[in-house]
Design a protein around this ligand. Structure first.
Ligand code: SF4
Ligand code: FES
Length: 248
């Protein structure tokens, strides 16, 4: 396949940035999208040019780092997959492909296609954990019976990989789907109830301080989430927040 790539290049956080055209040829439909970018970067290095900076780690849909906006969609044209799981057979010979970083005030561009998502880490640190006494008297987790429905919902919420596609695809750059997944994964389990009040208040406070927008129920986040995290989690977080506000 021969393609024209239109890629966002930006030297650093202060650079204005611009789209630069790169033709690539000899791309196999069986290559992953990131392998196609590797081919381009190899060519750029051989020509003595600066390779395109992009984030990646696991390349199997687990780590959430491959934050690419491809042809106007977070993680590209397929649903429920990350950019690293996207293959070139999803495109046609002769296609023009736009590749941009996530766009959100709370995710500033570091270089080219790499954004700073440490705002997500700070939200997690504000409450996305449980405190466990490890003095030797720790209760076996399986000793507490949990309803199957709640266990399944908690597990589904826990599959959020913190990629940020929900923020990137939201017109308000809202992080509600991410935060609600993190709140829900604990709120649905007895182990998470102990700190539930502080957790939701602190995580929402941190989310607001980071500059994410609010949710206006458009639902783009759910459509573009590679893990299929449900909007139900946002409703649960809102209920948790309301109850916690009365208590707190
Ligand atoms: S909710 Fe989905 S889109 Fe948002 S960070 Fe988690 S996995 Fe990514
Ligand atoms: S590189 Fe880890 S999810 Fe894509």
């Amino acid at each position: 396949m021969n393609l024209t790539l239109k890629i966002w290049r930006q030297k650093d956080a202060n650079d204005k940035g611009k789209i630069v055209d790169y033709p690539v040829s000899g791309i196999s439909p069986d290559m992953s999208f990131l392998e196609m970018l590797d081919v381009l970067n190899q060519e750029l290095i051989e020509k003595g040019e600066e390779p395109v900076a992009f984030d990646h780690d696991c390349r199997e849909g687990i780590c959430g780092t491959c934050s690419l906006y491809i042809n106007g969609r977070a993680h590209g044209p397929q649903t429920k997959i990350t950019a690293c799981q996207l293959h070139m057979r999803s495109f046609k010979d002769g296609d023009t492909i736009y590749i941009e970083p996530w766009r959100a005030k709370a995710f500033p561009v570091i270089k080219d296609l790499i954004v700073d998502r440490s705002s997500f880490d700070r939200i997690q640190q504000a409450g996305g954990f449980i405190s466990v006494n490890t003095s030797g008297n720790t209760q076996d987790a399986n000793a507490i019976p949990i309803e199957k429905e709640n266990a399944d919902k908690a597990f589904d919420a826990a599959t959020c990989i913190g990629c940020g596609a929900c923020v990137a695809s939201c017109k308000n750059s809202s992080a509600m789907l991410f935060v609600s997944a993190k709140v829900s994964q604990f709120a649905l389990l007895p182990q998470g109830r102990v700190e539930a009040t502080d957790r939701v208040l602190n995580m929402v406070k941190q989310m607001d301080e980071e500059g994410f927008g609010n949710c206006t129920n458009t639902g783009a986040c759910e459509v573009e989430c590679p893990k299929g995290i449900s909007l139900e989690n946002i409703a649960r977080m809102n209920r948790e927040y309301l109850a916690a506000s009365f208590k707190g």
